[in-house]
Design a protein around this ligand. Structure first.
Ligand code: 13P
Length: 154
């Protein structure tokens, strides 16, 4: 199918959400401490427990959603749908079943819908943060959903 795109300008100072499942929290915290100075240039969000730990270990201000299993992933997903998050760093655990797996999948899905840069492991996060776009301007293309929204049976 022929898709049309809209351009969305991302500013230098990005709105970034950081999330880690329990077995991945140490890894995300180490990563955030390593890149503390770079992260300090941005506005940070996180799910509840991840955010509390991030604030404690980096000293950076983090706006916290609810804890993930209590709806935090869905809050982050809603922010994405509203265009209020520019980048997602989500170290999810591939070896542990999560009670809120549907929420996790929904967040990952909606990030892809809106073409949001998304790192799910440390090396991807390294690649993202070393990109000039991380702290520079970037114009992303988002599918233009006008046709979808105006479809006949809507
Ligand atoms: O479960 C999570 C994401 O799915 C993370 O939630 P917490 O940061 O509150 O532990």
């Amino acid at each position: 199918m022929h898709s049309h795109f809209k351009e969305v300008n991302l500013p230098e100072r990005k709105k970034i959400v950081l999330i880690a499942h329990d077995n991945k929290k140490r890894e995300l915290l180490e990563w955030a401490v390593k890149y503390r100075d770079e992260l300090s240039k941005h506005k940070l969000f996180a799910t509840g427990t991840t955010g509390k730990l991030l604030e404690r270990e980096t000293g950076l201000k983090v706006t916290c959603f609810e804890s993930g299993p209590l709806g935090g992933d869905m809050q982050a997903g809603a922010y994405i749908a509203d265009g209020k998050l520019d980048l997602v760093l989500f170290f999810w655990d591939p070896l542990a079943a999560q009670p809120h797996d549907p929420d996790v999948r929904a967040l990952l899905r909606v990030a892809v819908v809106w073409n949001v840069p998304l790192a799910c492991n440390r090396s991807s996060a390294d690649f993202l943060i070393s990109s000039p776009y991380f702290s520079g301007k970037y114009t992303k293309k988002v599918t233009d959903f006008t046709v979808y929204k105006n479809r006949k049976n809507s």
